[in-house]
Design a protein. Sequence first.
Length: 253
Amino acid sequence: MKKIYNLKTFLTLLITFSLISYLFFWISDNYHNQNIYDSFSKPIIYNPPTDGNDTTFNYLNYPLLDVNLNEYKEQNSDTVAYLAVGGTNVNYPVVQTNNNDFYLDHDFNKNYNKAGSIFSDYRNKLNDLNKNSIIYGHRRLDNSMFTSLKQLLDENWFKEPNHNLIYLTTTNNKMLFQIFSVYTIIAENEYIKTHFINDEFINFIQAMKNRSIFNFNTSINENDKILTLSTCLDGLGDKRIVIHSKLIKIERI
């Protein structure tokens, strides 16, 4: 009985130590990641004045994201863009390397960090834009990174005019995208396709529209270019929150 008691005590202490260690490193990762981003100045996102009654907004008149990417490139040459989503905490530089693994667990300074970074799919060229460009980020319990994208699963969220817009600034362009599809799905490769032939793209965007849990009544055609955001739905990692948006405005820098 004494051996059994000692074994239970040992296992309890081991589990407790493991949980404390996990919590310590989780908090440490978030703290270090946030300090990196807090060291940069954040661009201002336009919020239109409204009395709550006017539901017609000309998004083409919205000012775009004014960002000097050189500030970020000096610290990390992998910087390719700056991303912001209206009405959320998503306001981050975007990095890119030759794979989709490195920045899953490395911070903006390229140090190992489970919070990772906001990064572009390695197949994309954000300066020129593929037909479908994808940006990834983790969901963290401190509401950093892509966590606040979960708000987009609430239909009431989109009643504010700025809440269906995504801003992206690259070295050459300032761009504005309008969301046309939001949904959750088991992790798959279909929504992260970047290259299409013949009628594949028009079939793709129609399929992504059909998946949406809301009807945005947004017209899309084969000439449009799409920006896709992807993050985990929960801590299990097998489900994704996916947001698709189409390019509606672009200005050369």
